[in-house]
Ligand binder design. Sequence first.
Ligand code: F6P
Length: 346
Amino acid sequence: MRIGVLTGGGDAPGLNAAIRAVVLRATALGHEVLGITDGWAGLLGEAEPRALGVRDANRILSEGGTILGTSRTDPRKDDASRRAVLESIRRWRIDALVAIGGNDTLGVAQWLHEQRIRVIGVPKTVDNDLSETDYCIGFDTAVTVVADALDRLRTTASAHHRVVVVEAMGRDTGWVAAYGGLAGGADLIIVPEIQITSEQVVRTMKRHRAIGDPDILVVVSEAAVIDGLEAETAVDRDAFGHVRLDQRAIGAVLARHIEQRTGIEARQVVLGHLQRGGSPTAVDRLRATRFGNAAADLVDAGRSGVLPVLRGGRIEVATMTEAVREVRRLSDDIIELVRRFAGVVD
Ligand code: F6P
């Protein structure tokens, strides 16, 4: 078979490890792999795909980004684009596709499956919010970046007796903020899944100061809503209609509020794309290898409309429809852990 592989949506550490696994496994099974450039844009005829062999894939395991490039492109947007995608697949004689991506990319993959194109997904998003899988590629590295940042910010916050507010990624959910914040010992973690008021934040800051904490670290998820505090208005949207959450500037708004209301000096740090850049952790490399390997096996077995997922440490298979049906919110046990170790004081 000739298998097209692409990476779509926001990049994430571990994409190259997944591409490598698809290429090595598919090649070992006797298939040919075509690398499609810049996600779905590459199927709109904007760039020629290129053959990917063992030599292209062998040394990319630890590289960040994606050798294929990526984009937020929705080829379902109009008739011409829909036709162009199907035409490219026919012209390049692609028998099956492997689409490595999150909710948006897999939504398009599901549509192609419905058009009778054989397509297998691979779960990738630092947000870790795909249904049906415990973990997605990129999440562990993003969490590690948050935890490392907190370790560093702890010493400078302590030297100045400041509050530091750290804004973490997460379009709808608080996975990166919660895991990163817990791993880095944040004093307060604010996520979309847990309701919180600006008064509770202020009380919590005062309480930490009263018990003699020299420094206070707050992790806030970019999508968090804090009752009584107005975030900035996000104006721009991407091709899938998602607002630019960085434009809400919730970290800056919160730091200002804390300083004004408590008199404690406050600073803010937006980790932003640092969470998506650089070399993947060993955990992400291994997850990507397992997912890529399983995806190639699924193509080889003639499957379509499905993706490998991790459940309780085991690779299993889920349908794309299930995976994208809803965003997966923080689990109850993690919510409880956040409340106990980095919650508000009443
Ligand atoms: O969906 C992944 C994600 O990293 C979100 O956490 C974030 O809101 C968004 O992508 C940022 O997208 P972009 O790279 O287009 O600014």
